[in-house]
Design a protein around this ligand. Structure first.
Ligand code: 13P
Ligand code: ZN
Length: 270
């Protein structure tokens, strides 16, 4: 067996959580990541027959039976992942019944996966139907995006338009737009179902007055998606109270989307 601390997926989890913490997106235990792993790859580092313990999921995730994820632990601080991955992360496999997860590694202090596991697993199910290459679901609390939630209406179309107008390349990075949920209680199946429902159409879902979810085929793509949304929100917050002298017009948006050949939301253009 090779040393799991040298595994690319583990290093990616450590580097990404550290980056997110330093960007101020993940105060205290804020935020969580789940990353769908390749069974053969995990088999290089772990005996897949050896289950440390079983953890109930709290809903049925039959579509994900047999799939293996590395997931941040509940109550764990992103700032601590890099120095102690085995306590702050866990590798789990969804059992055939879809109701239980088998712990293969991690959560060393007896912990368990994020309280947002329903939103993560339900989002993986939704995204895999649209894009079989989807691997990562990421949640965090980016400062400017959260601030924008307090001064902008929470509606998919108008929120997306405001973000697209803030940086020329936004429409290229998230041509599918941004889904927006109203304030909801977090950590339960209801917010998971609402998130997954938006994930059928969008790779970015804003949780009103809470944070954001992003989904993508790898860590860079998913991180980059949230990074771009947060940058746009920052420009919005830096300019919202000032007279608008110049703007990226709808004609500009169409021009760049067509030049980059992205399938943008036509109904979000005036
Ligand atoms: P966890 O510590 O359970 O991952 O929760 C953090 C969070 O951001 C809840 O939305
Ligand atoms: Zn949160």
């Amino acid at each position: 067996m090779e040393n799991i601390l040298q595994a690319k997926f583990l290093k990616e989890m450590c580097q990404t959580t550290a980056n997110m913490y330093r960007l101020g997106w993940d105060e205290r235990n804020g935020g969580n990541i789940s990353y769908l792993l390749d069974e053969k790859e995990v088999g290089k580092y772990l005996d897949l027959e050896k289950v440390i313990r079983e953890i109930p999921i709290g809903f049925e995730a039959k579509e994900l039976a047999g799939k293996i994820f590395i997931v941040t632990g509940t109550g764990k601080y992103f700032k601590n992942v890099e120095s102690d991955p085995e306590t702050n992360l866990g590798i789990v496999r969804i059992k055939a019944d879809g109701k239980t997860a088998e712990l293969l590694w991690g959560y060393k202090d007896g912990g368990r996966f994020t309280s947002e596991f329903p939103a993560h697993m339900m989002s993986h199910i939704a995204r895999l139907k649209v894009d079989p290459d989807n691997r990562v679901v990421m949640h965090c609390h980016p400062t400017n995006l959260l601030a924008m939630n307090f001064v902008h209406e929470l509606d998919d179309r108008s929120f997306t338009r405001s973000l697209w107008q803030m940086c020329t390349e936004c429409i290229v990075v998230f041509p599918d737009g941004v889904g927006v949920l109203p304030w909801m209680l977090c950590g339960n199946n209801a917010i998971g179902e609402a998130t997954a429902n938006k994930m059928k159409e969008y790779r970015v879902v804003v949780w009103g007055l809470h944070g954001v979810y992003g989904a993508g085929k790898d860590m860079d793509e998913t991180f980059g998606l949230i990074e771009t949304v947060e940058k746009a929100a920052e420009i919005y917050m830096l300019t919202a109270h000032l007279p608008r002298v110049n703007t990226i017009t709808d004609e500009n948006l169409v021009t760049i989307a067509e030049a980059f050949k992205v399938n943008y939301r036509k109904d979000f253009i005036d």
